[in-house]
Design a protein around this ligand. Structure first.
Ligand code: ATP
Ligand code: MG
Length: 278
């Protein structure tokens, strides 16, 4: 009898927790049920979650300052927090001139495109895809009389903007400008990293559209002023700290570091979910 009471108490405690762990309960896709329970290991994701809620984010700093660590943290947060669902979940368009940086996510169900390596036409195609999704969302919003898109977020990630800017030509520039100036209401976010925080690589016209910026260590004060409109980034440690700049103010952050093996675990977890629901 005592055992039965004990089990009932355990169920009362744990069932709501198990249910609460499932972002939107189970979602239906092609008639199948997907289980979107988030993986158990949770980090200090506050900064990453906040960035994902911003319209766009520029991540700038010198080589080895931790730009890719931030991008990995952001994508991992997408994988943890935002369910995949073609109709209403988060999706990713990855532009990865350095090729290896984002390769691990290329098979994720969230990933629409992974344009990897030195391939300007693939980068342009990926940007075109993002712009056309944005345009479709505006058409949908017009039809429904919406001011803001009512389904999932699309994150367009560029890890390294300087390559795309220098080799993608005017088209790349124009599309990035469109995404940053029109993306907000369509929930299309641009997350862009650069190790070349110079005024000729991030022209004011583009820079001004990034409300949020993560400013890591720069080579000098001039570069700090380009990304942060203030000195200071040149004094940051080699990596591990950065200024998170938002219209509300600037905060110095210890940047959370999600290790490669943790990311690999999360990716394996997603693959496993997909396998189970196939
Ligand atoms: N927040 C952090 N916490 C702990 N270690 C970090 C952090 N950021 C960076 N590192 C360390 O610094 C290394 C370089 O970081 P990362 O590859 O993100 O730099 P990057 O700015 O993307 O460099 P690159 O310009 O070459 O692409 C990481 O592999 C990691 O060892
Ligand atoms: Mg990098």
């Amino acid at each position: 009898m005592i055992r039965v009471i004990f089990i009932v108490i355990l169920l009362i405690i744990f069932i709501p927790r198990i249910l609460a762990n499932t972002p939107d309960g189970a979602k239906r896709k092609s008639g199948k049920l997907y289980d979107f329970t988030t993986p158990a290991n949770v980090y200090n994701y506050d900064m990453f979650t906040d960035v994902l809620n911003q319209p766009h984010c520029l991540i700038a700093g010198c080589q080895g300052s931790g730009k890719s660590v931030v991008i990995n943290g952001l994508i991992d947060t997408v994988l943890h927090r935002l369910p995949f669902d073609r109709a209403g979940g988060a999706q990713l368009v990855l532009i990865d001139p350095k090729r290896v940086e984002l390769a691990a996510y290329s098979k994720m169900p969230h990933t629409l495109t992974h344009a990897a390596g030195f391939n300007p036409s693939a980068w342009l195609d990926a940007l075109k895809q993002a712009v056309s999704i944005m345009d479709d969302r505006y058409t949908y919003m017009e039809k429904k009389g919406l001011k803001k898109y009512d389904k999932g977020d699309l994150y367009v990630v560029i890890d390294e903007w300087a390559n795309v800017f220098k080799n993608g030509g005017k088209d790349a520039y124009k599309m990035v400008l469109r995404l940053t100036s029109e993306g907000r209401a369509a929930r299309v976010h641009l997350i862009m990293a650069t190790q070349v925080p110079k005024a000729n690589i991030i022209p004011t016209e583009i820079r001004e559209n990034f409300d949020a910026r993560i400013c890591l260590r720069t080579a000098n004060a001039i570069q700090s002023r380009v990304i942060m409109e203030d000195n200071g980034c040149e004094l940051l440690p080699r990596y591990g700290q950065g200024f998170y700049v938002k219209p509300e103010g600037t905060v110095l952050y210890n940047i959370p570091y999600v290790k490669d093996d943790e990311i690999a675990k999360d990716i394996a977890w997603w693959n496993d979910q997909m396998e189970k629901n196939r």
